[in-house]
Design a protein around this ligand. Structure first.
Ligand code: HEC
Length: 133
């Protein structure tokens, strides 16, 4: 009986760890951040403003590298970039304070505005360092 109890505990722990992240909660958190902070520049449907603010909807640049996107939202971005054939040069300052927020908002963007961009996990972004000057 004692062994059975131990087995049961092990099984419960295994199941608990295999439950996927609560995607709905992450999407809701990401939407809230987007609606508070991002839409002003990237626009309500992620369409951006050509030449000024790059699109997030069906953006080849974004969809090419999800981890880079999380890093950009967390640490800002100041590089010339080509997004859907248009060059952008204006910098973006850091937009969120934590990796959890950056992951949530990027997952929201990857799965909104017509994007079917997959999912990024905390594990995927574990090597990103938060840089503040
Ligand atoms: C004040 C305007 C502004 C705000 C607010 C802003 N961005 Fe940006 N964003 C920019 C600009 C400008 C660039 C281009 C940066 C560069 O060229 O290095 C950019 C680039 C990006 C990129 C990479 C380009 C692309 O098309 O994939 C991502 C991803 C991104 N922003 C996501 C976000 C998210 C998510 C938020 C909200 C948390 C946000 N941005 C808020 C102005 C803004």
């Amino acid at each position: 009986m004692k062994q059975f109890g131990l087995l049961l505990v092990a099984a419960v722990i295994l199941v608990a760890f295999s439950i996927p992240e609560d995607k709905e909660a992450i999407m809701a958190k990401g939407k809230k951040i987007y609606d508070e902070k991002c839409f002003i520049c990237h626009q309500p449907e992620g369409q951006g403003i050509p030449g000024a603010f790059p699109p997030l909807a069906e953006a080849d640049y974004l969809l090419a590298d999800k981890v880079r996107a999380v890093a950009q939202v967390l640490n800002g971005s100041n590089e010339e970039m080509l997004v859907n054939g248009i060059t952008y040069t204006a910098p973006m300052t850091p937009q969120v304070d934590t990796k959890e927020e950056a992951v949530a908002v990027i997952n929201y963007v990857l799965n909104s505005f017509g994007n079917d961009g997959g999912w990024v996990t905390m594990e995927d972004v574990k090597d990103i360092k938060i840089i503040r000057e």
